[in-house]
Design a protein around this ligand. Structure first.
Ligand code: ZN
Length: 41
């Protein structure tokens, strides 16, 4: 799942599964779809 987080006066999207940060919602959504199929780290 992707959650929004505020950092440096900007809003980021963080993947709860692996902790990656994205500055674009589209990138986060695309990653989320793939990350769900990946093995947990
Ligand atoms: Zn992820």
């Amino acid at each position: 799942m992707v959650v929004q987080t505020e950092r440096d006066d900007a809003t980021w999207r963080e993947c709860e599964t692996c902790g990656l940060l994205f500055d674009e919602e589209a990138d986060a959504s695309e990653h989320e779809g793939r990350c769900d199929d990946s093995e947990p780290s």
